[in-house]
Design a protein around this ligand. Structure first.
Ligand code: F6P
Length: 370
């Protein structure tokens, strides 16, 4: 990477950025965008730290082949990322240690024009996609690439990062089961996913959970205790419960980390303690919790995620070439297509209550907390 940009003022120039929480596969997208652009004779710029690079946060860099060599299987993002980088609500530190917000979106659009950027390929989750839709409204040509381990982006069948997160969580479930059985305990495993239960549902099924609690089905802890007692009566003296961080007790609300609001978004976490305390108290079983946390966002992408990320990156460059601006690339198996950005951000992709995975879980006798 070099700090130089605009070295080919007459040529086509695109820029790529990665925003929001990281997800395995981001680097593969960057590689496909860079190679796809360079192979068309275009210049490709990298915007560092979300959109921050266009606001003087860090330099905008020119990306070449060397920069993306060997990146397909590398976790994280070489461009860096942030979930505090909304140009419409840019955080401004005050002398007294507090923060206010400023709208710096016009400055960002002007800077992109000054650099000769003809389209920005923004890779991110729902927050980044909304920002991209708003920047597109301001006249900055955008193509978005959906990214999230949570699988909660609308308009696409799935995103890269999700399969890797599920694999990591399933691997953890396998390990938890043996210690649960040895100690005849109940183990409660908390996974990410925000307000969508995809990770819990998939890892719970694949990892043989005895109860799966997801945000889409408010849970009744007495039902979970019943399941633990039924197993006990059958001589199965241990149970494993997987709970999505956004799962809610019936009539209650999601458990948030105290005082933790990032860029206007609350941070979830701690529901496993609520579940464990209740189960221990009402079943008499010794109960422990494990929160997988950011482990789920790290590491090498699975083969599925590598392929999807490369296909998304290539499709984003194709979208720019074909003039499908202000669209998001999407997976509509077996094809990668594009959908209007506005349509993609209009609704979140949560677990449908009548989906086959939930039906399968129920038919296997897994408690869903209802
Ligand atoms: O959206 C991805 C995600 O990992 C969520 O599953 C989780 O709630 C959140 O990001 C955690 O964000 P942070 O990186 O701010 O802790």
């Amino acid at each position: 990477m070099t700090g130089a940009y605009g070295t080919y003022p007459d040529s086509m120039c695109i820029a790529v950025s990665t925003g929001g929480g990281d997800a395995p596969g981001l680097n593969a997208v960057i590689r496909a965008v860079v190679l796809g652009g360079l192979n068309r004779g275009w210049e490709v710029l990298g915007i560092r730290r979300g959109f921050g690079g266009l606001l003087g946060d860090s330099p905008v860099v020119s990306l070449d082949r060397e920069d993306v060599r060997g990146l397909t299987n590398v976790g994280g993002t070489i461009l860096g990322t942030t979930n505090r980088g909304n140009p419409f609500r840019w955080p401004v530190p005050q002398a007294d240690g507090t923060w206010t917000e400023a709208d710096r979106s016009d400055e960002l659009v002007d800077k992109a024009r000054l650099l000769g950027i003809r389209a920005v390929i923004a890779v991110g989750g729902d927050g980044t996609l909304r920002i991209s839709a708003d920047l597109a409204e301001k006249g900055l040509p955008m193509v978005a690439v959906p990214k999230t381990i949570d699988n909660d982006v609308g308009g696409t069948w799935t995103t890269f990062g999700f399969d890797t997160a599920v694999s990591t969580a399933t691997d953890a479930m396998d390990k938890i089961e043996s210690t649960a059985e040895s100690h005849e305990r109940v183990m409660v495993v908390e996974v990410m996913g925000r307000y969508a239960g995809w990770i819990a549902l998939h890892a719970g099924l694949a990892g043989s959970a005895h109860a799966i609690l997801i945000p889409e089905i408010p849970f009744d802890l007495d039902k979970v205790c019943d399941k633990v007692r039924q197993r006990e009566a059958l001589g199965r003296k241990f149970s494993v419960i997987i709970v999505a961080e956004g799962a809610v007790p019936k009539g209650g609300s999601a458990v948030l980390k105290a005082g933790a609001v990032v860029g206007g978004t609350e941070r979830l976490g701690g529901v496993s303690n609520l579940v464990a305390e209740y189960v221990q108290e009402h079943t008499g079983k010794e109960t422990r919790t494990v929160t997988l946390g950011h482990l789920q966002r790290g590491g090498r992408p699975t083969t599925f995620d590598r392929l999807l990320a490369l296909r998304f990156g290539a499709a984003a460059v194709r979208a720019v070439e074909q003039g499908h601006l202000n669209h998001m690339v999407a997976f509509d198996p077996p094809n990668v297509t594009t959908v209007p950005l506005k349509e993609a951000v209009s609704q979140a992709h949560v677990v449908p209550l009548d989906c086959d995975q939930i039906r399968t879980a129920r038919e296997l006798g897994i408690a869903m907390g209802d």
